[in-house]
Design a protein around this ligand. Structure first.
Ligand code: SF4
Length: 377
């Protein structure tokens, strides 16, 4: 079903100037904005309670996922509705699975490495999602109680999943694109099962990383590896995390003053925007510094420092307003604020807007903060 914004608008209160016209309950300023967003799949139809029943029914019928979802314990595979992330968002991130042969001589060692693998990025703990056990005996599964999800190979093979063994990059890529396109655009039942790519053991990790990266982007629901390599998984998980965010909801943290290592009125004061990635990178460094400090996080719509500066979401006026709201002048005796190095051109402007404070230009990258603080006089 493809309706234009104008066709959808006819079913909304705004077209008849009826009750609730432009009530904004859907989060849009007008019914027309909602109609346009809905036509572009940027908003869900159920955000407007007041649309005509006829249209509601039409959307409810079509809302069913184009691709099926397969569940293994709490893990969801597939269930995607769109071809491109900007149309709406991707639903279930590409699952990373490792095959583990219980009879292999390196079983214990490989299992230990899988269990120990954990990275924290943007406040998310990333671990191997699934372990597929080959040659498992009854007691093996019982002894594996931890956060990872395990499945015996024989049970895994019974799931409604389509397998593509990665022997040839072009063929794998073409199949993935064909399967997803058929499922989304035609709801063709032959192509609606989630798809996984199976990687046989290889010594060429760079090539494996390049291929797997492409398949995450287009359109593998799961990647199954015979090998387990920590650096490969860390790289792929970083890429996956960036793709499987909701493009309509920037990753952001609350704008406020954060405290590290029990600061007092004489502690260092840093400033950045509320873009989650920047915040966690800076917060991580400040926490590890073992020096008491404050971090002022300004409201910037979840934009990074430079983007916020370019979009005029980080202005001297906004900073002055934010500091007043946080009552910084009374909270600290120190009169120095360290701003991100990328905002060096704003130093004079900020000092004019904040006459009580001296503005110090800090580092461009968070990892240089420790060195910067060591050299601070
Ligand atoms: Fe219009 Fe419905 Fe949005 Fe209200 S909730 S503004 S009626 S589209």
């Amino acid at each position: 079903m493809k309706l234009s914004g104008l066709e959808i608008f006819k079913y909304l209160p705004g077209s008849k100037k009826a009750a609730h016209t432009n009530c904004k309950e859907c989060g849009c300023p007008t019914c027309m904005t909602f109609a346009i967003k809905l036509s572009q799949k940027q908003i869900s139809y159920d955000r407007c309670k007041y649309m005509a029943e006829e249209l509601k029914t039409l959307y409810a019928k079509n809302i069913k996922a184009a691709q099926k979802t397969v569940k293994i314990d709490g893990l969801k595979i597939g269930g995607e509705n769109v071809l491109y992330r900007h149309e709406k968002k991707f639903i279930n991130k590409t699952v990373f699975a490792v095959v583990l042969d219980c009879k292999a001589s390196d079983f214990e060692q490989k299992l230990k490495r899988i269990k120990n693998f954990e990275i924290n990025r943007i406040n998310e703990k990333l671990k191997v999602d699934l372990v597929i056990l080959k040659n498992a005996e009854k007691h093996t599964l019982k002894n594996l109680c931890d956060e990872t999800i395990y499945i015996e190979e024989k049970d895994f093979l019974k799931l409604s999943l389509t397998r593509i063994t990665d022997n040839n990059f072009d063929k794998t890529a073409q199949k993935l694109i064909k399967f997803r396109t058929k499922a989304i655009t035609e709801h063709d039942a032959k192509y609606c099962d989630p798809v996984y790519v199976y990687f046989k053991s290889t010594a060429n990790k760079y090539n494996l990383c390049a291929r797997a990266s492409y398949y995450i982007c287009k359109y593998a629901n799961m990647l199954v590896f015979e090998d387990f390599d920590e650096s490969l998984f860390a790289t792929l998980m970083t890429l996956r995390q960036n793709i499987y965010t909701d493009p309509q909801k920037p990753l952001q943290v609350e704008a406020k003053i954060y405290e590290f290592n029990n600061p007092d009125e004489n502690s260092l004061v840093f400033m950045t925007t509320n873009f989650a990635l920047t915040f966690h990178a800076v917060a991580n460094e400040l926490q590890n510094l073992k020096v008491p400090s404050y971090l002022i996080v300004t409201p910037a719509g979840g934009m990074s420092v430079l983007t916020a500066f370019s979009a005029e979401k980080f202005t001297s006026k906004m900073v002055a307003k934010t500091l007043k709201k946080f009552d910084l002048a009374n909270k600290v005796k120190t009169r120095k604020i360290i701003i991100p190095g990328l905002l060096a051109p704003m130093k004079n402007e900020l000092e004019k807007a904040l006459p009580e404070f001296e503005i110090i230009v800090g580092t461009i990258e968070a990892y240089s903060i420790a060195e910067f603080v060591k050299n601070l006089t």
